[in-house]
Design a protein around this ligand. Structure first.
Ligand code: F6P
Length: 517
């Protein structure tokens, strides 16, 4: 079998037709086959995933993928035993060897090993019962929820609540992650302590930012006349013993599995604030949308697999074209936090420098994920995308149905701008004036949802989880550990405990801030 190194070399040496050439000519594909032009290319490089209601179009036709590139990546998928790794993922086998764990987030949406799915469904049902009981007044009159967590224990809840509960919210949710007390004070200012619930979300129930914020939130309740502040805490964790030790009553602990990674935990009880805001029916629809993508990813041949197509393009740009970043622009106000969410998912998963065999990687891994919302970003950073010296592959995400009830002109202009940007990046514009020249040939992909409802959001997130996994398998790295974040935490602890000397620069900073011991 051809080795991965040989396949990367093959990819490096393939002809590099421009997007203009790829679209306008019927030409030799470089591997003996012929390359379709125009409409056929669009049909071949785009496809839909259907949901219970509506679906999502994934259009990768404005990228440099052609039949030669795709066939080299298909060979790479074979060399890296992609099919075997995918099977392991869904069978609940160990896919995170450094921590000796499976990655069971799929079970929470009903995909995977039967026994594990059953266990996961029981956890979701338990959360459902608590959510419904709270909505019915079991813990008194609750109007506000302060959700305290960080990283994977905060980004998903913040995104889910922001995206899905603008029209209707059963509960006013504030997600607080930063240890900077300003963040917590802001939430306090917006909540009536007598009607506030505190969710402490931490997989480990040890994270210093979360535990410190949680202590302060309890104190705030007590200082403001709540007689039993502990009775207002819900713990969302894979360490229920830790939560009990901290003082949470067992009936208010919503556990999840150790084999669900922090940045993959939105489907578990970490999604509690989403369910509190939109209700359990919508939360279950969110899980069902993700399941539809699981089914597509698991059961579709690599050649027709929309997730694999995205991963091929990602790796083509990161490894072959040397793109150091990938940008994501949501042409939908409700998805304003989606780029932040993807940043953790992709960079914490695939920002790695050794392979699963503990060998140094032989090229770049994850690009830097960044982005924002359209049309705002057009007026701020798109200059660089159109004329700068970096080549940045862009994903555009939009919804055909509007999220607003205003004059339809708003949504029409939003979508027209989204599509115009992709077309402009690709076509460019030649002119005599160099300052007004646009080089074009700049790639983008468009993810077009029929509507942005709970199922669609679930599907979008699951698509990116699997895209991240596919990238990792093709690179031969483990996407499920994150040891890179540990060193900084250890040093912060050492500073707090005192007694250790640091470099002269850090010592000077500690001294300037009055923190040296
Ligand atoms: O520091 C990184 C990290 O471990 C993330 O992976 C995780 O999502 C976050 O911290 C929060 O961890 P926990 O949920 O255990 O508090």
């Amino acid at each position: 079998m051809t080795t991965a190194a040989e396949l990367w070399a093959r990819l490096d040496n393939l002809p590099r037709p421009t997007l203009d050439e790829l679209f306008s000519t019927q030409r030799d594909g470089g591997d003996g086959g012929s390359e379709p032009g125009n409409e056929e290319r669009v049909a071949n490089l785009s496809g839909r995933i259907e949901l219970d209601e509506g679906g999502i179009l994934f259009d990768w036709s404005k990228t440099h993928l052609d039949s030669a590139v795709i066939s080299a990546f298909q060979a790479l998928a074979e060399t890296m035993d992609f099919a075997g790794m995918r099977k392991k993922l869904f069978a609940g086998e160990i896919v995170n060897p450094t921590e000796d764990r499976a990655a069971d987030h799929g079970t929470l949406r009903g995909t995977g090993d039967e026994a594990k799915v059953e266990e996961a469904m029981a956890l979701i049902d338990r959360m459902g019962m608590l959510v419904e009981a709270i909505h019915q007044g079991a813990l008194g009159e609750i109007e506000h929820l302060i959700h305290i967590g960080i990283g994977g224990s905060a980004l998903g809840p913040a995104l889910g609540v922001d995206a899905l509960s603008r029209d209707l919210s059963y509960c006013d949710v504030h997600v607080v992650s930063n240890i900077d007390g300003v963040a917590l004070e802001e939430a306090f200012a917006r909540c009536d302590p007598a009607k506030t619930l505190i969710a402490v979300a931490s997989k480990t129930f040890t994270t210093i930012e979360t535990m410190t914020n949680a202590e302060s939130a309890l104190k705030w309740l007590g200082d403001n006349g709540v007689s039993d502040p502990g009775g207002r805490v819900i713990a969302l964790t894979a360490n229920p013993e830790g939560a009990v030790e901290w003082g949470v009553d067992e009936t208010r602990i919503l556990p999840f599995q150790e084999s669900v990674g922090g940045r993959y935990s939105i489907w578990s009880s970490i999604g509690f604030p989403i369910a509190m805001a939109v209700g359990m029916d919508d939360f279950r629809a969110f899980l069902a949308g993700a399941k539809a993508v699981d089914t597509h990813f698991r059961d579709t041949d690599i050649a027709d697999n929309l997730v694999m197509r995205a991963a091929f393009a990602d790796l083509y740009y990161a490894r072959v074209r040397g793109c150091q970043t990938r940008a994501v622009f949501a042409y939908d106000e409700r998805l304003g936090l989606f780029p932040d969410y993807l940043q953790q998912l992709e960079m914490e998963s695939n920002g790695k420098r050794v392979t699963v065999d503990m060998q140094p990687v032989d090229g770049p891994t994850a690009p830097i994920t960044w982005g924002g919302v359209g049309t705002d970003a057009q007026h701020a950073v798109f200059q660089l995308l159109h004329q700068g010296t970096h080549l940045v592959p862009v994903d555009f995400i939009a919804s055909i149905a509007p999220g607003d009830d205003l004059d339809p002109a708003h949504h029409r202009i939003l979508l027209m701008n989204c599509f115009a940007q992709g077309a402009a990046l690709m076509a460019g514009k030649k002119g005599d004036d160099p300052a007004r020249n646009y080089p074009g040939d700049r790639p983008s992909a468009t993810i077009l949802c029929d509507d942005l409802d709970a199922a669609t959001l679930g599907a979008l997130i699951a698509f990116h989880e699997h895209r991240t996994f596919a990238n990792a398998v093709l690179l031969g790295i483990n996407p499920f550990d994150q040891f890179g974040v540990e060193l900084g935490k250890q040093m912060a602890k050492a500073i707090e405990q005192g007694g250790e000397r640091f470099d002269a620069s850090t010592e000077a900073l500690l001294q300037a801030a009055g923190l040296s011991q």
